[in-house]
Design a protein around this ligand. Structure first.
Ligand code: ADP
Ligand code: MG
Length: 238
């Protein structure tokens, strides 16, 4: 677990500023959802936390370290994307263990971590299958399993459910909530889906045009939207 702090974090692409000095303090073990319309800067913000994008100004802290100049692998984060790329030629077991193998963990350490992740995500009966023989939801569980084998302090999710059909999306929300209760890591989760945000989050962060409009619990934001944009985005009653 770790806190995450964004202090006046700015992102520019050339002369175009797409994230404007945002501030966000995330507690240990908190589930925070960044939500807002397409293009408002959610993925860019997440990718800056992950270290996949340089920041153009400000500071990012994970745990008690400023991570501005740290490579992604040194930040103790795991990221799950929308297009979860599993290795098609490897079994579920091998997919789960691959990052540990690369990091030169011993086979017994790999087996223990993989077994633990498989139990948490109900994958134990699927270990010998290859991704081609899995359903969309099963594949997504393997992708999450790959993220948890390394016990990161912070999980970053970017629209992990948007490729799934509506029914599966609802089921996976429950799975993700359970996962959070079991691993108790800090989670920063990006979605453009208000319902997903409201059901998953301890606190939601509403973004628009590279700004944060409001931060609060789902109920708080629903009942006390700070402006008409937030009210209409969340669907608060007028
Ligand atoms: P969201 O995830 O909320 O849909 P993004 O963070 O992907 O939004 O994008 C925020 C803004 O930054 C958008 O206007 C997008 O076009 C722009 N943008 C994202 N990536 C790049 C890039 N590599 N180069 C230039 N502009 C980018
Ligand atoms: Mg995005």
């Amino acid at each position: 677990m770790a806190q995450v702090h964004l202090k006046n974090v700015v992102k520019k692409y050339g002369s175009l500023e797409v994230v404007h000095a945002i501030n966000l303090d995330i507690e240990d073990g908190e589930f925070v959802v960044l939500v807002g319309p397409s293009g408002c800067g959610k993925s860019t913000t997440l990718r800056m936390i992950a270290g996949l994008e340089d920041i153009s100004g400000g500071d990012i802290e994970i745990g008690d370290r400023v991570v501005n100049d740290l490579a992604p692998r040194d930040r103790n984060i795991s990221m799950v994307f929308q297009n979860y790329a599993l290795y098609p030629h490897m079994t579920v077991q091998e997919n789960l263990g691959f990052s540990l193998k690369i990091a030169k963990f011993s086979q017994s350490e790999i087996d223990a971590a993989v077994q633990n992740a498989a139990e948490i995500l109900s994958l134990t009966d699927l270990m010998d299958r290859k991704p081609g023989a899995l359903s969309g939801g099963q594949r997504q569980r393997v992708a999450m399993g790959r993220a948890i084998v390394r016990h990161p302090d912070v999980f970053l999710f970017d629209e992990p459910l948007s490729n799934l059909d509506a029914k599966l999306r609802t089921q996976m929300r429950v799975e993700i909530k359970k996962l959070h209760q079991k691993v108790k890591s800090t989670i920063v989760y990006v979605t453009h889906d208000q319902i997903e945000a409201m059901t998953l989050a301890d606190r939601i962060v509403i973004m628009r045009d590279g700004h944060i409009e409001q931060i609060g619990t789902p109920l708080d934001v629903f009942e006390h939207p700070v402006n008409t944009f937030v009210a209409s985005f969340i669907g608060s009653p007028p």
